[in-house]
Ligand binder design. Structure first.
Ligand code: GKR
Ligand code: MG
Length: 431
């Protein structure tokens, strides 16, 4: 074995405090699960990555060790081929009906690819953005991501609150179920992070209530702050067209109003505003039908489920070829994922829309130096070699203990919702 080959892969599931956020599939648990992956070479160079936490994905990662250990981290094509032939192939349908993606192989490859790029960057003494073709911007803009929520901060406090909290901390813990509550949340989030665009996670309340929230945001922030609404595919086509029409002129784009590419194409025909998706076109195999039908205007990529950073660059070229815009989707995450998103955001040919991030909802961190700073809603592209962030070993231990103590193994917003509304049911299409 040469010094450069991979000698070990360390998989550490963690749980980070997450508030009770509502969405079309239920309620966030008191902890968001993430998995921290370390790929170690014989020379003891460690590359790191972060992916959504899910014990099935962790098991798949564990199984991939036997084919990845011994490989050269520069040989990413070989590693991808080995992973693809080792596991049964997955279809888009396996992403599931929930707003988050439940496929395994894409996440496994993303975890290994980002960690290998981190190693390559460290060896070449170059930031990952340089491995993606180089930096096109120094600051990567993100959007405020508003959620309807119950009162509470999540974590050990469960649904409790810190009575001394002020500013964004207090807003993060406050209930937000009405248009006024959503506007208040937006004011504090925008003040704290400087975001210039706002997204509302919808699909939690009946459509008119959410439309009223969008109009209340518009009334408060005015026409220069772009707004988006995302009901996570839970509206009927008629509902999306009726309420979509009433939001024309208020929204920068409308995200996954309906389920499936066919319905998205019909909604797109009927509405005079761009449609975006992270639920109907979610993999390369979905692209031909998306183009044929005209399912959306904007694809919200996510390197965790599009198979890594280089795949996301390939996606950007496909998008521009077929007249699509590319932006970025997010789930609850910490700073290692954020750093990867920022490197990708810096390399993309264009960033026409501020990228999504759940980051303001988390309060802990697993990287040295603590929480990543936002300036005017944007994050500076790291310039250190690789990802430019390192694991805080003490925090990793603490967050791993949270994982062991909390007993959660994968995200299930239905289970959490039933703790507060016992007869609540998930519906593919609700309104
Ligand atoms: O965290 O509740 C949530 C979101 O609904 C998330 O799971 C979605 O995947 O943010 C996502 C989206 O844009 O659909
Ligand atoms: Mg979405």
């Amino acid at each position: 074995m040469t010094g450069l080959t991979i000698k070990d892969i360390i998989i550490t599931p963690i749980a980070a405090t997450d508030p009770p956020l509502l969405n079309a599939a239920g309620l966030h648990a008191p902890y968001a699960l993430r998995t921290i992956v370390e790929v170690v070479t014989h020379d003891n160079i460690i590359g790191i990555s972060e992916i959504p936490g899910n014990s099935d994905i962790d098991d798949a990662l564990e199984k991939s060790k036997e084919i990845i250990i011994g490989k050269d981290p520069f040989q990413l094509n070989q590693i991808r081929d080995a992973i693809e032939s080792h596991f049964d192939s997955e279809t888009t349908a396996q992403r599931g009906d929930a707003p988050w993606d439940q496929r395994k192989i894409v996440h496994v490859f993303s975890a290994i690819e980002v960690a290998c790029l981190d190693i390559i960057g460290k060896i070449l003494e170059r930031p990952i953005v340089d491995l993606l073709g180089g930096k096109r911007r120094n600051m990567v803009p993100f959007a405020a991501y508003l959620f309807y929520k119950y009162k509470g901060a999540g974590g050990k406090l469960e649904f409790g609150i810190d009575r001394n909290a002020t500013g964004w901390d207090a807003a993060r813990q406050a209930e937000a179920t009405t248009p006024e509550g959503i506007v208040k949340q937006a004011i504090f989030m925008v003040k704290e992070f400087g975001f210039k665009s706002i997204k509302l996670k919808g699909g939690a309340f009946e459509p008119q209530q959410e439309v009223n929230a969008i109009k209340a945001l518009y009334a408060h922030f005015g026409p220069n702050v772009p707004l988006r609404h995302d009901p996570n595919a839970i509206w009927k086509l008629e509902t999306a067209i009726k309420h979509g029409k009433s939001m024309e002129g208020f929204l920068e784009y409308f995200e996954d109003p309906v389920r499936g590419q066919e319905n998205m194409a019909k909604a797109r025909q009927a509405l005079k505003m761009p449609l975006a998706t992270n639920m109907c076109t979610t993999s390369f195999e979905d692209i031909p039908k998306s183009i044929k039908l005209g399912a959306e205007d904007i694809i919200l990529s996510d390197h965790h489920f599009w198979g890594g950073l280089r795949s996301s660059m390939e996606l950007s070229r496909i998008c521009s070829t077929f007249g699509r815009k590319l932006s970025m989707h997010s789930n609850s995450h910490l700073g290692i994922s954020l750093a990867a998103m920022v490197h990708l955001g810096a390399a993309l040919p264009e960033v026409p829309y501020a990228l999504d991030t759940h980051y303001p909802w988390q309060s802990e961190e697993v990287i040295v130096g603590g929480r990543t700073k936002f300036e005017e809603g944007a994050v500076q592209v790291p310039s250190k070699p690789g990802l430019g962030v390192e694991i805080d070993r003490e925090m990793l231990k603490i967050l791993h203990k949270n994982y062991l103590d909390c007993g959660l193994k994968k995200r299930d917003d239905l289970v959490e919702m039933r703790k507060v509304v016992p007869d609540w049911e998930f519906k593919q299409v609700r309104w």
